[in-house]
Design a protein. Structure first.
Lengths: 286, 317
């Protein structure tokens, strides 16, 4: 690539970053997601109490200065459990989205470049999967496994995302592959993998980045719901969805804190990711 | 026109066939011994083998698949392991319950979200627009069960305005039933509202920016007339398609919502069949889900083509 083109790219990138920095929704979303990422990485250090410590003499205590979010029905500190609970959902959501994005981008590049047969097959798969709610598909797969496994659930959601991401990438590639630089690369007798990965991929990155963020939001949605339903997520470690499931019957008796705080954590993570996606859509002008 | 509809029907059938393949092979190819999964880890080896034999699990997979397709096409959905009754017999009442809940959600959601989308488009770029678009899409990303918990807490437990169970007592009037369904429907509405509103907004904006709208305004038509006669008529076409696609999210949402509001619908049945490894019921339920979604989308496609003059007259867009 020549110097002028390179300069142009750096300029566009800088302009987009400035726009993002001015986008309040994006900033707020990043703060929300950032906070949870910090909790996911350093959760054990940040949590003021041992999240697994059972204290049957301090059951269902209201939020106070000792227990910021109160204690649950086993006397465990809800605040610490909410902090530590960020890890499983973030790992699984990111993992599933990365799997879906890598597979989807590869398939989308190939389908959009070759068109024809591969293209029709991908589109039919998209149709078939869109006839199946993610939750229902995941439940089906979870039931087929002998025991719940975070890894399998992550892979299943990644598989569900693959054709959806492939469709987005394909649409972008269809437009790009008609352009002169692709024809030029062909004339230079570049190999197809080179044309796809080096020439086309950088130019279709914006829709891929946006799709990644949107899917991340759906992954949070799906994983939280699955863990609430008690399907596909390993029990044991603190997990927001399971915490809600374990305690929500207590809200009728006025014990709201052990349910509301993990529920609010799920909501804030979901909203944070959505605000980031929204900001990116605006800046990339998609 | 007829060609277009025929093509859609063929595609829908193809999709449905893919769904059957996915349903069948997911439950059969994924690692795991079906007999063992049903009877649990403490079962006798002989009992597991006997159950596998009884369920026909030892036959070649393709034979099993063809058999299953054959009996399903004859309307035989198999025998529920959990209830020991024909699956169709337990599926039907659950579907009726869920249809009530889903209809209520749609009845509230569709007019409200179209209104929201139109208002956002007319106030484009203003604060109202930002609040409607960003706010409603953020609300849509929050799982239904989180909304359910918050609603129960606020309107059920604290304020005591609404009943916390989705099901009214036997013999309750339709109004009372609707009151019980209000909170569960609202949770579903929040998750659906954002997309319908956003598509409506985009459609209205496109129509507002078009030449025919400008001509209508220059002709001296009042704003109200322009919006009713020109803008909405064109803008609502894409909305039909998106409303139909929301049925997918709606059915997915039913599972968690019916659990929270203790409602004996299709979602509860599906979850029960997963929890208790009731495979015949699970397969039937997932298959029905696929069939409903494919049918609704096909009907929406046909309606779309009937309403859209470009497709009606065979002009490809």
């Amino acid at each position: 690539m020549n110097q002028i083109a390179k300069d142009e790219r750096t300029k566009i990138r800088r302009e987009r970053l400035t726009l993002l920095r001015r986008n309040k929704a994006f900033i707020f979303g990043s703060i929300l997601l950032g906070t949870w990422i910090v909790c996911a990485i350093f959760g054990d250090l940040v949590a003021p109490k041992n999240p697994e410590f059972i204290d049957l003499l301090a059951v269902d205590i209201r939020p106070s200065s000792t227990y910021f979010f109160g204690t649950d029905s086993l006397g465990r500190d809800v605040f610490s459990r909410v902090i530590v609970g960020a890890r499983p959902i973030l790992i699984m959501a990111f993992g599933a989205t990365v799997i879906g994005t890598i597979c989807g981008t590869t398939i989308g590049l190939i389908a959009g470049y070759y068109k024809g047969m591969i293209d029709s097959i991908v589109m039919r798969l998209v149709d078939a999967l869109s006839a199946m709610p993610v939750i229902v598909f995941a439940l089906l797969a979870v039931a087929a496994l002998e025991k719940p496994s975070n890894l399998m659930t992550m892979i299943i959601i990644g598989i569900v995302f693959t054709p959806i991401i492939a469709r987005t990438v394909r649409a972008a590639v269809l437009g790009e592959s008609e352009l002169d630089y692709v024809a030029a690369a062909k004339l230079r007798t570049e190999k197809v993998p080179h044309i796809l990965a080096v020439e086309i991929l950088p130019n279709v990155l914006p829709p891929i980045i946006v799709e990644f963020t949107v899917r991340l939001g759906y992954a949070v949605f799906a994983i939280a719901t699955l863990s609430f339903l008690g399907a596909g997520v390993e029990t044991g470690s603190p997990n927001w969805g399971s915490q809600v499931a374990e305690h929500y019957s207590l809200i009728y008796g006025g014990v709201w804190w052990s349910t509301l705080f993990p529920a609010a954590a799920i909501a804030s993570l979901a909203v944070g990711v959505n605000l980031i996606a929204d900001g990116l859509v605006e800046v990339f002008d998609l | 026109m007829t060609r277009y509809i025929l093509k859609r029907v063929v595609l829908a059938l193809l999709t449905l066939w893919l769904v059957t393949a996915v349903v069948f092979f997911t439950t059969h190819v994924l690692p795991g011994n079906v007999g063992l999964r049903i009877l649990g880890p403490f079962a006798e080896r002989d009992a597991i083998n006997a159950l596998n034999e009884e369920l026909g699990m030892n036959r070649p997979i393709i034979t099993q698949y063809l058999d299953w397709i054959g009996t399903t096409l004859h309307g035989d959905l198999g025998q529920s392991i959990l209830y020991d009754e024909p699956v169709s017999k337990i599926l039907w009442p659950a579907l009726v319950y869920s249809t009530k809940l889903a209809s209520m959600a749609f009845l509230i959601c569709v007019p409200l979200s179209i209104l929201g989308g139109v208002v956002a488009a007319l106030k484009r770029g203003k604060l109202v627009d930002r609040v409607i678009t960003v706010g409603s899409l953020s609300a849509a990303m929050i799982p239904e069960f989180v909304w359910g918990v918050i609603f129960v807490l606020v309107f059920g437990v604290e304020l005591r305005w609404l009943p916390v169970s989705g099901l009214a007592d036997d013999g309750a009037g339709p109004l009372n039933q609707a009151l019980h369904l209000l909170m569960p429907s609202l949770c579903l509405v929040l998750v659906l509202f954002g997309y319908i509103a956003r598509i409506t907004r985009a459609g209205v904006i496109e129509a507002l920016d078009s030449d025919y709208t400008r001509t209508a305004i220059l002709k001296g038509m009042s704003q109200r007339q322009v919006i009713w006669k020109h803008v909405l008529r064109n803008a609502l076409l894409p909305t039909i398609a998106v409303v139909a696609s929301q049925i997918t999210y709606l059915i997915g949402g039913l599972v968690a919502i019916e659990l929270i509001f203790n409602y004996p619908g299709f979602g509860s049945l599906l979850l029960g069949s997963v929890t208790y490894r009731d495979y015949p019921t699970l397969q039937a339920a997932v298959l029905i889900t696929g069939t409903i979604i494919v049918t609704v989308q096909l009907l929406a496609d046909i309606l779309f083509s009937v309403l859209n003059p470009r497709i009606r007259q065979g002009i490809s867009s």
